[in-house]
Ligand binder design. Structure first.
Ligand SMILES: [Zn+2]
Length: 339
C-alpha cells in the first residue's frame, strides 16, 4: 500500500504536536495519523509475513480465519445483510414463466450491528498523593515472538501494561491473551483487522470492534472498555459510536516509533524527554522490527522508575484522572460556598 499524499516534514511535525496536545484529553485527534501510513504498510505486510514466519505459527491453525486478510473470519448473525437483490432480473423458470406477476423484494436496510456493553471489571484506582503515573501500551499483538519477551520483562519489573490487541492476532494467539491477562495486564480493542476506522461507515466500524470484542471475550472473559483506533485515525463518526457504546478512545502522548525500527538510543532519549505525569507511551508487541523494543523496555522502565514514575494500566490512569477531576471539582465547590 502506498501513501497517496505524503505530508511534508513540517506538516508531520505540526501533526505530531497537535496529536500530542490532543492526547492530554486521552482521545486521539480527528484525522491525525501519528503512526503514518508507512505503519499501515508495515502492519499489512507483517500480518501476511506472520503466516510463514518460523517460530510464530498460529496456535489455532485451520480456524475460521485461515486468511487474516479477509474480514469474514467470524460470522456475526447480526452482521449478515439481507440477501435480497431488489433489482435482479427474474430468472428463467420462475414466477414470470408460470404466468404469475413477479414481485420485487423490498429493499431492506442493513441490519445494525449491536455492540455488547463493556464487561471489563471496573478499576477503582486512587494513586498516592503526588504520584507521577505513566502507562506503557503495546499495540497490534499478541504474537508468539515479541509478546512473550515483553511480558517477561514486565513481570520481572513487577509492573503492568496495556495491550491493544488486534482480533486476527487474538484468534491466533489465544494462550498469549490468557497470559497477558493472568499476569495482571490490561487488554484493549485495536479492531479486528487493523483497518483505518476513520474511513469506514457505521456498520463497518461496529463490525471491526465487535469481531475483536468477541475474540477477546472468548480468550479473556471480558469485553474491553478501551479502544485504540489503528493509526490513531479517528473520525467524528467513530468518536460518536464509541461514546454511544461506553468505550474510551485512547491515544498516546509519546510515540516511540518502534515500528519503524528506531534505534534503542533514539527511543530512550525520546521517552525520557517527552514523558510527563499522566503520559501514555506507545510501543508495539507485533511487527517486523521490534527487537529494539525488547531492548528498550527494561531501560525505560529503569529510567522512569528513577524519575519517580509509577507504572499503571490505561484504566488505572483513567480512574486516577477521574479521581483528580472529582477532587478538584469538590475543592472548587467548597471554596465557592465559603465565599
Ligand atoms: Zn496498530
Amino acid at each position: 500500500m502506498r501513501l497517496p499524499v505524503r505530508l511534508g516534514s513540517r506538516s508531520r511535525i505540526a501533526a505530531m504536536i497537535v496529536a500530542t496536545l490532543m492526547i492530554g484529553t486521552l482521545t486521539t485527534s480527528c484525522g491525525i495519523k501519528p503512526h503514518s501510513m508507512k505503519h499501515a504498510a508495515i502492519i499489512d505486510v507483517n500480518w501476511s509475513e506472520d503466516q510463514n514466519r518460523d517460530g510464530a505459527k498460529p496456535e489455532l491453525a485451520a480456524t475460521a480465519d485461515s486468511n487474516p486478510k479477509q474480514d469474514s473470519g467470524i460470522t456475526l448473525a447480526t452482521a449478515t445483510p439481507p440477501k435480497s437483490k431488489p433489482n435482479a432480473p427474474a430468472k428463467a423458470g420462475t414466477a414470470e414463466q408460470a404466468g404469475k406477476t413477479s414481485t420485487t423484494p423490498p429493499v431492506l436496510p442493513p441490519v445494525p450491528i449491536l455492540l455488547q456493553k463493556p464487561t471489563e471489571p471496573a478499576v477503582d484506582y486512587v494513586p498516592k498523593k503526588g504520584a507521577k503515573l505513566v502507562a506503557l501500551t503495546f499495540d497490534d499483538g499478541p504474537d508468539g515472538r515479541f509478546t512473550p519477551e515483553i511480558l517477561s520483562i514486565l513481570k520481572a519489573s513487577k509492573i503492568h501494561a496495556t495491550f491493544f490487541t488486534v482480533g486476527i492476532q487474538v484468534n491466533h494467539y489465544g494462550s498469549m491473551m490468557k497470559r497477558i491477562k493472568a499476569e495482571g495486564n490490561e487488554i484493549g480493542n485495536h479492531s479486528y483487522s487493523h483497518k483505518d476506522l476513520s474511513k469506514l461507515d457505521r456498520n463497518q466500524i461496529l463490525s471491526q470492534i465487535k469481531q475483536a470484542d468477541v475474540l477477546i471475550n472468548k480468550q479473556c472473559g471480558y469485553v474491553p472498555r478501551i479502544v485504540r483506533a489503528p493509526y490513531g485515525a479517528v473520525s467524528p463518526l467513530l468518536r460518536t459510536i464509541m461514546k454511544e457504546n461506553h468505550r474510551d478512545l485512547i491515544g498516546w502522548s509519546v510515540d516511540t516509533r518502534d515500528w519503524a525500527g528506531s534505534s534503542v538510543a533514539t527511543m530512550r532519549a525520546n521517552v525520557n524527554k517527552n514523558t510527563h505525569p499522566g503520559g501514555i507511551i506507545l510501543m508495539h508487541s507485533f511487527g517486523s522490527k521490534l527487537d529494539n523494543t525488547v531492548q528498550l523496555l527494561p531501560l525505560i522502565i529503569k529510567d522512569l522508575k528513577n524519575k519517580g514514575y509509577t507504572f499503571v494500566t490505561v484504566s488505572e490512569l483513567l480512574a486516577a484522572k477521574a479521581d483528580a477531576k472529582a477532587k478538584a471539582k469538590a475543592a472548587s465547590q467548597s471554596s465557592q460556598s465559603k465565599k
